[in-house]
Design a protein around this ligand. Sequence first.
Ligand SMILES: C[S@@+](CC[C@H](N)C(=O)[O-])C[C@H]1O[C@@H](n2cnc3c(N)ncnc32)[C@H](O)[C@@H]1O
Length: 256
Amino acid sequence: LAINWQKKEKQVEPYSKLAFIYDDVMLHVNYETWAKYIGRIIKKYNPEAKTIIDIACGTGSFLLELSPNYPFVYGMDYSYNMIRNAHEKFYLYGYAIPIWQGNIREFYLKKTVDVVLCLYDSINYLTTLEDVNQFLHCAYENLSNPGLFIFDICTEKNSIKYFNNYFEKNKKQEYHYTRKSSYNIKTRIHKNIFKIQFKNSAVNFLEEHQQKIYYVNEMIDLIANSPFTLIDVLDGFSFKQGSENSLRVHFVLKKE
Ligand SMILES: C[S@@+](CC[C@H](N)C(=O)[O-])C[C@H]1O[C@@H](n2cnc3c(N)ncnc32)[C@H](O)[C@@H]1O
């Protein structure tokens, strides 16, 4: 019997349905290499670090890579379904990594940690500088002394070069999805609209993701006015200086 993929559409919260196909959509990302890179940064700037929290950890791929190398790793994410899938993955791989639902802007840990991470342009989901500022303060409060905060952003160059009027589609046996991306140079909002069609679902799902693109210099200014010391601005996955010419920039901040 032919499958009917054309169904009514229902708008849902970001990541509520994408969560179930997220790891497939992210297959191009080499989390192992990324985690090794982050490991080198930690070794350089906080070699004694033992406790790490990955904020906006998604389905926990990073945590799985970090776990063998650090005795205490934790995760937090806003999306219940992302957390649920992370749990399942940890169980499958035999890891017991504590992970819970929470918001970037406001989180309080019972014990401070040595490193706070927020990766894969998760910080771009905060659409105002005030929110980013709130996150900086929150990260600071939850860090031990010395402590390291590492986060990344996608640059405007990345949005313009690769994702303005970008379209992607993928068909699997159990689901189909399309992704439409656009970038508004005036508002600096990068939009991704995912249409997700599950074979066994009565409706198709639409998720609209909005990310704010920040300039490297505006981040540097914000950090200068925060309690942190900015120790590195890195281009992509290198130890070279990051700039507007980079596609991704890692910021390394120290509490000391
Ligand atoms: C692009 S994904 C990155 C996930 C993960 N870091 C990775 O590398 O695969 C962005 C994540 O940010 C989370 N997120 C967005 N806004 C958030 C918020 N305000 N608080 C916590 N997590 C948030 C989403 O739920 C999603 O899992």
